[in-house]
Every structure is written in structure tokens, then in C-alpha cells.
Write a protein of this length. Structure first.
Length: 391
């Protein structure tokens, strides 16, 4: 069938995208319990005529993965669209649609992306497009930290459910990422050997030694950030320590003997996690020695940083598709937060990010923008045609 690209784009249905996103959001899929959502998505994709396999994980029986394939008419490369189907555990109101938005936990992050990819494959299948190679759509759970760190995705890759290039369906809707930061999530428990007593009994103590030690550790991270700021990594900026939680005390006039903090260390592609882990513990140990406080600390690996060649074909395929949809260039960019490109890049598979507007991801009121889902589905559709070529 000699269907033009414009005719293909016209086949993308906003109604179907709205309905599928809403139906996906209605199926709860908190991290570690995604089986029902995977089963539902598999049924939808099978009804489209795709080859669908549910891939169990023996270590996480409630977190199977999914691999759906649209076979090309000729042998060739495989373009993979990958997305996580799990959502953060925070509550949300009832899923619904209103004023061009689909509301519900996971609508933006990232069930809307999965719906956009499914609609693109539906159109390719319905139009009978002859491709030189396959399109692979994978969905998995165990993504959202701190509940998981990509465990099932790593095994999906090890088992060979991969393409020759990957579009991870997170990130920006108006740039294509060629670099991304890695991250380690840290926790520090600071204690001072003393009893918790009324502050009035020790009138000369203005601030608890445990709190002072915590403040000193924050200062040490700030000092390290000033050093890190000397290197501005293209598209993502400098490496950084970020303290998101600092806690101490339980009552306004009791002397706290414990201070805890949590945060994240983000780093660039010239470093790997063991280096970051060693640096983190060196800073904590130094401050513990300076203050005399006891500090128990750990830093947990999330994802490593990544970098790909901006000239890799999958980047060009997305840029050409974007230009055709929007009439302007798709600039290069970077991924500031951790997602799922690094495991693919570590396995030697070029991976990048492109997604619908996800500005409401993890929000108290989460929603996906329907117009962005439609536009992104068109980009995914044309990127597959560009990357694989017509037979």
C-alpha cells in the first residue's frame, strides 16, 4: 500500500488514544504489582494483530514484562519502543477525562506514552505498511525508585528482548536526549550519644550536636557542589549533591540526639557508580571525624549515566519525524533524571528519550495532555518508518 506519511498521520485517532490511556490508568499498577496492567495491555495489543508475549520474572512474580512485535515484510533492523507500566505508590483521585486531559495516577508517567506507541503500531498494522524490519514494543514494571531500580528490565535485556535501537518513552516532547545523568540515592543516620532531655536543663546548648553534625554534612555537600560546578556537562549541567529530606527532633524543647537525611547524587557519563560511592563515603567519614558524631550512611545505585553519538540513526529518525509533524527541527538535549536508557546503552544498544508532555508526572494531580499524545504518536509512527524504511 503506497500510503503517504500524511495519510498515516491522519489515521492516528485522538478518541482511541484517550480511551486507551484512560483504560490503562484505571488498572492499578504500583511498583512491584503490575501483572493486571500487563495482562490488560497484552489483550489490547493482541486485538490489534500484534505478536505478544508476556515474559514472567521468577524473582518478581507480580511484575511480568511484555514484548509485542509488528513484523516487517522484509528482514532488517528492529526499532524498540520501551516504557514502564508501574506508577508511584501515592494516592490519586478517580481516573477521568476533561478538557483535553486524561487524569489519573500514571497518566503522564507513563501510560500515555504506552498508549501513543500502541496507536502508532495500530496504524502501521491497519495501513498494511511494508517495513524493512520489525517494531518491538516492550513494557515492564519495577522502575520507580525507591521501590525498585529496574530489576526486571535488566533481565528482559539479558534475555534478548531488545532492538537495534531504542526509544525510551520518557523525557521531553521537544528535544531528543543524547546524554543523561546517573544517580545514587543516599541516606545518612547521624546520632550523638546522649539522653533526650529538656533543653532547659542545658541552657547553653542552642543547637543539638546531632543537628550541628547534619548541618556540617550539608555544608560539605554544598562545598563539593561548588567544585563540581566547574564542569558544565553539555545539555545536563554539572554533577550535584541534592538533599531532599533533613529531619531531627520530635518536640520544640527536647534536645534531639538523632538527625537523618536523604538525597541524591547525580553524576555524568565520565563516571561510574563505584567512584561516586567511594566519594560519598569519604565525605561522610570526614565530617563524622570532624564533628565526633556517629554517622551510618549508604548510597544505593539507581542508574548509571549514559551518552550516545548524536549521529546515531535512531536520533536522526526521530528528528526527521518531528520535523514532519511540527515543521521545525528537534534539538538535541539531555535527561536530567534517571530512566531506562542506560541499561540498553550499557548493553551496546543505542537508546534515547522522546515522550509526550510529562510535566505532570508524579504530581498530586497527574494528567496527560491529549493533544501531546496525538502528536507523539505521529512522531513514533514516522520514526519507525524512517528508521526501518519501506520495503
Amino acid at each position: 500500500m503506497n500510503t503517504t506519511n500524511q495519510e498515516l498521520m491522519n489515521m492516528i485517532s485522538a478518541d482511541r488514544l484517550r480511551q486507551l490511556t484512560l483504560e490503562l490508568v484505571k488498572v492499578p499498577s504500583p511498583t512491584g504489582d503490575e501483572g493486571a496492567a500487563i495482562d490488560f495491555f497484552a489483550r489490547v495489543l493482541r486485538e490489534m494483530g500484534l505478536e505478544v508475549e508476556i515474559v514472567p520474572d521468577e524473582l518478581y512474580p507480580k511484575s511480568p514484562s511484555l514484548a509485542a512485535r509488528l513484523r516487517g515484510k522484509q528482514p532488517g533492523r528492529t526499532l524498540q519502543f520501551d516504557g514502564h507500566i508501574d506508577t508511584i505508590h501515592l494516592p490519586h483521585g478517580e481516573p477521568h477525562c476533561a478538557e483535553g486531559r486524561i487524569y489519573g495516577r500514571g497518566a503522564a508517567d507513563m501510560k500515555g506514552s504506552l498508549a501513543a506507541a500502541a496507536e502508532a503500531l495500530r496504524v502501521l498494522k491497519a495501513a498494511g505498511i511494508s517495513l524493512k524490519g520489525d517494531v518491538l514494543l516492550t513494557a515492564h514494571g519495577m522502575h520507580e525508585a525507591p521501590w525498585a531500580y529496574g530489576e526486571t528490565l535488566y533481565r528482559l535485556i539479558q534475555r534478548g528482548y531488545v532492538g537495534d535501537a531504542v526509544v525510551v518513552m520518557e523525557g521531553s516532547s521537544h528535544e531528543v536526549a543524547v546524554i543523561g545523568k546517573g544517580a545514587g540515592i543516599f541516606e545518612v543516620d547521624i546520632t550523638w550519644k546522649s539522653d533526650v532531655v529538656h533543653q532547659g536543663l542545658f541552657g547553653r546548648i542552642g543547637v543539638s550536636p546531632a543537628v550541628l553534625a547534619g548541618v556540617r554534612l550539608v555544608q560539605a555537600f554544598v562545598e563539593r557542589n561548588a567544585e563540581l560546578a566547574r564542569v558544565d556537562i553539555p545539555y545536563v549541567g554539572p554533577e550535584i549533591y541534592f538533599v531532599g529530606i533533613l529531619r531531627a527532633g520530635d518536640f520544640y524543647n527536647r534536645i534531639p540526639t538523632r538527625c537523618t537525611m536523604e538525597g541524591v547524587r547525580r553524576y555524568g557519563p565520565d563516571h561510574r557508580f563505584p567512584e561516586i560511592e567511594a566519594e560519598f563515603h569519604a565525605i561522610v567519614n570526614r565530617v563524622a571525624a570532624e564533628t565526633g558524631a556517629t554517622m551510618q550512611a549508604k548510597i544505593t545505585f539507581d542508574r548509571d549515566a549514559f551518552r550516545i553519538n548524536p549521529g546515531t540513526p535512531v536520533v536522526g529518525a526521530l528528528q526527521a519525524a518531528y520535523r514532519e509533524v511540527f515543521g521545525k527541527p528537534l534539538p538535541l538535549g539531555g535527561m536530567m533524571s534517571c530512566a531506562d536508557a542506560p541499561p540498553f546503552v550499557a548493553a551496546g544498544i543505542p537508546a534515547t528519550y522522546y515522550a509526550p508532555n510529562q510535566e505532570r508526572a508524579h504530581a498530586d494531580l497527574e494528567y496527560a495532555f491529549l493533544d501531546s499524545l496525538v502528536e507523539t504518536s505521529k512522531v513514533y509512527l514516522l520514526a519507525a518508518v524512517n528508521y526501518l524504511g519501506r520495503a
